[in-house]
Design a protein around this ligand. Structure first.
Ligand code: DOR
Ligand code: ZN
Length: 346
């Protein structure tokens, strides 16, 4: 039975939602991670420093007693974002980054950016301030095949963006393609890519294995296995431009198991287990700490967490669902299944 000790990891991409759902899901992130980058796609979205500061307080109130956890906040970029507010929020330590959703790309992205020209002033101010831009990298034109949307974004939007803002720090969130891996690597001096458990573990067949599986539907959608292989090689390479970001995205069961189901995989309860499975399969457990605990803080200019945690290669049965008070339940990645790793202290 293998054991692995590493610095407490951070999650560089989470959706905490708000209200009762937030109170239900936050403890799953805080028990495994020291910090998390919190996505701003609430309704209405977290578009300003003041809204982010208020949301941060609500998250802090949902952290279980005795847990040490730091939420790192993002602002939702819109065509009307105020560069002064965004950059001063960064200077004040309220905002860590800005999130770019192309309009209509995903959940609550209807307020997102309609063209890069519309946000050029904000991006220029962020570039000057050293504030990272976190990108949902998919084109949204309906004629583009859903499996091609990331690759097209890399070519049509990200490459010109890198050229237009040569010092802007950019994270390509939830990389799902070989094209995404390549552009991150080529620009590693100021770019990074986060990777989710599901894109490292599964290819697109998983959405249709034995019938349609709505809990495996997320955006960007799972891709063919050649892309999964490129992601696994990158994640386990130790290269500092790739790090952990679960994109844990809870939706109530009835909104997933629905004729028009929501996108998102709720991975927080089993994320470390899932990543460890990948690193064990790739014989790369010695590089796990770089991916989970070191590369992210280095990119964001933060110290790595001091605390060490130990995980054991010991099977654990995962709960069927997580209850949201008064609303229903949320099904997590590996719900009702057995995972191969457990926290040593559990
Ligand atoms: O699958 C997804 N779910 N992708 C996103 O980009 C958003 C997220 C959500 O908020 O549910
Ligand atoms: Zn996300």
């Amino acid at each position: 039975m293998r054991t692995l000790t590493f610095r407490r990891p951070d999650d560089w991409h989470v959706h905490f939602r708000d209200g009762a759902a937030m109170r239900a899901v936050v403890p799953y992130t805080t028990r495994a991670f020291g910090r998390a980058i919190v996505m701003p796609n609430l309704t209405p979205p977290v578009t300003t420093t003041a809204l982010a500061a208020a949301y941060r307080e609500r998250i802090r109130a949902a952290v279980p007693e005795g847990m040490t956890f730091t939420p790192l906040m993002t602002a939702y970029l819109t065509d009307g974002s105020d560069p002064t507010d965004i950059v001063s929020g960064f200077g004040d330590g309220v905002l860590t980054a800005v999130k770019l959703y192309p309009a209509h790309a995903t959940t609550n992205s209807q307020f997102g950016v309609t063209s890069m020209a519309a946000v050029a002033k904000v991006l220029a101010a962020m570039e000057k301030a050293g504030m990272p831009l976190l990108v949902h990298g998919e084109v949204t034109r309906t004629e583009v095949d859903v499996f091609d949307r990331e690759a097209r974004f890399v070519e049509e939007v990200l490459a010109p963006l890198l050229a237009d803002f040569p010092a802007l720090k950019i994270v390509l969130e939830h990389v799902t393609t070989a094209e995404g891996v390549a552009i991150v690597r080529e620009n590693a001096s100021r770019m990074a890519g986060t990777m989710t458990p599901q894109h490292l573990l599964f290819d697109r067949n998983e959405i249709f294995r034995g019938g349609i599986r709505p809990h495996m539907y997320c955006l960007p959608i799972l891709k063919r296995s050649t892309h999964k292989q490129a992601l696994r090689a990158a994640a386990t390479s130790g290269e500092s431009c790739f790090f952990l970001g679960t994109d844990t995205a809870p939706h109530l069961r009835h909104l997933k198991e629905n004729a028009c189901g929501c996108a998102g995989v709720f991975s927080a309860p089993t994320a470390i287990e899932a990543y460890l499975k990948v690193f064990a399969e790739e014989n790369a457990l010695d590089r796990f700490e770089a991916f989970a605990s070191l590369n992210g803080p280095a990119f964001y200019g933060l110290p790595a967490n001091d605390e060490r945690v130990t995980w054991v290669e010991q099977p654990r049965l995962v709960a069927e669902a997580v209850e949201v008070e008064g609303q229903g339940e949320i099904v997590s990645l590996f719900a009702g299944e057995t995972v191969g790793w457990s926290p040593a202290t559990a």
